[in-house]
Design a protein around this ligand. Structure first.
Ligand code: SF4
Ligand code: SF4
Length: 449
């Protein structure tokens, strides 16, 4: 396994060399979420690697088989009142249980460089059919953004390559490993949108070993590297957009509303590989054992259950699992599965003692720490009193759910839980329906299958 250990007291944390993503063996069963059981192929049917098992619908991406496999059980599942389905695929190992597709193919079709805005619709279809998508905090619903960009002007493409957790630099490692695919993806998207400004946001003071390959590929071209101090939660779309363009984006909305297409490095590389006719990448991810202070960089497949991944690692037990930014506190079930569109970092955390919160002492630490200047203590009170109007006055709509207020709270109050309750109450039923309807929603944990 590729592992790295933080030194005590180290604040800026960079492994000396770019980690390699170690492939782990295929699981006995892959679990993928699809929109509807009716669209699934029949049980027992063989599907080829890259074959669509749930075709791309309007504003949706196809779910493709990540390897040759036999279709297993299809189960109707209900999540937050929304009905979708989970399909199981039994990989056909053919004598090789390693994750295929990790090696860089030699073939490269560069015809996408002639793309223009007139080709945008067909390219969205092509990307959707290839299973390209992203729907995580730092890379909001990509296919949704592209469909919106068909109807609205986009003048800027931002690729965020910041890793919000310095102990798991998945985006940085992908930039260093696949710079040509990243450049290709951003070039295609900029041509299709007609965007005149394209940049890759990298962390200021990154070691040269990490950024040199990307800088070399971008040198002299229209895509500019932009260096940014990477203070959490800078990679959040609303903050990123404001820092780079001074455009204000309401949390949870798509950046295209502000004439900007925003995606992360993993998504841009996925687009680039589809554009160049290369095989789709498997899922590159990192697992951080927070008790042992070790990070594992892995390559796995869409639909791989977390318990299979953890069984292959020397992680501390017992533990609880969180996906994405640690402070956002998105708990994961052990039977959750990695999703190509979802978060790429997993925290293996020691179990926590149940704490009894103290009363709010009005220290205002939460207010001073909030990156979007809302009033977290008042939001918690509004949640306790079920007072949505007061919550809006306190800034509910500007909250990006970064969790910093909880982290600093002197009384260990469950502010984020209160905020999420308020947001659920304040959402029209139609939006709640849309959030669970198969197109992965930014901020949902990985592995919704
Ligand atoms: S989670 Fe707390 S700190 Fe973060 S934006 Fe919301 S109120 Fe502010
Ligand atoms: S940090 Fe906690 S205790 Fe202090 S004002 Fe905010 S909610 Fe109250």
């Amino acid at each position: 396994m590729s592992t790295a250990v933080a030194k005590p007291g180290q604040t800026t944390w960079w492994p000396a060399t770019v980690p390699t993503f170690t492939p782990i063996a295929l699981p006995p069963v892959l679990r993928l979420a699809i929109d509807s059981a009716a669209a699934a192929p029949p049980e027992g049917q063989m599907v080829a690697a890259g074959e669509a098992i749930s075709p791309a619908a309007a504003a949706r991406t196809a779910v493709v088989a990540p390897c040759r496999a036999r279709v297993g059980q299809v189960t109707r599942i209900e999540s937050s009142g929304v009905v979708l389905a989970r399909i199981e695929l039994v990989p056909a190992l053919d004598g090789d249980a390693s994750v295929p597709g990790a090696a860089v193919a030699n073939a490269s079709d560069e015809s996408f460089r002639g793309a223009s805005t007139a080709d945008f619709g067909p390219w969205i279809d092509r990307l959707g059919n290839a299973g390209v998508n992203a729907a995580r905090i730092a890379s909001p619903d990509l296919i949704g953004q592209l469909n919106m960009a068909l109807r609205r002007p986009v003048d800027t493409v931002i690729c965020g390559a910041l890793d919000s957790d310095p102990t798991m630099r998945v985006q940085g490692a992908l930039c260093a490993t696949y710079p040509e695919d990243l450049e290709a993806g951003l070039t295609l998207l900029a041509k299709c949108c007609g965007a005149s400004r394209v940049c890759v946001v990298i962390e200021a003071w990154s070691p040269a070993a990490w950024t040199a390959p990307l800088r070399k590929v971008l040198r002299g071209g229209p895509i500019k590297p932009v260096e940014l101090a990477n203070d959490y939660p800078q990679s959040d779309p609303s903050l990123m957009l404001y820092t780079i363009t001074r455009r204000r984006l309401r949390p949870g909305r798509l950046p295209v509303e502000r004439a900007t297409l925003l995606l992360d490095a993993a998504a841009a590389i996925g687009v680039g590989r589809a554009a160049r006719g290369r095989p789709a990448l498997p899922v590159h991810m990192a697992v951080r054992d927070r008790s042992a202070g070790m990070s594992h960089y892995l390559t796995t497949m869409d639909g791989t259950p977390l318990d299979h991944i953890l069984a292959a690692l020397p992680v501390s037990r017992p533990h609880i699992l969180r996906g994405g930014d640690l402070l956002r506190d998105r708990r994961l079930a052990r039977d959750a599965a990695m999703a190509v569109a979802g978060e790429r970092i997993i925290h293996v955390c020691p179990p926590e003692a149940i704490v009894n919160p103290e009363p709010c002492i009005r220290c205002a630490w939460c207010m001073e720490s909030c990156p979007t200047r809302v009033h977290p203590a008042m939001l918690l009170e509004a949640a306790q009193e079920n007072d949505l109007a007061r919550a809006r006055w306190a800034g509910l709509d500007a909250c990006i759910e970064c969790g910093i207020c909880v982290h600093v709270c002197a009384s260990q109050l469950p502010i984020l839980d209160g905020i999420r309750q308020l947001k659920r109450r304040g959402q029209p039923a139609a939006i709640q329906q849309d959030r669970g309807s198969g197109s992965k929603v930014s901020g949902d944990p990985p592995g919704q299958a």
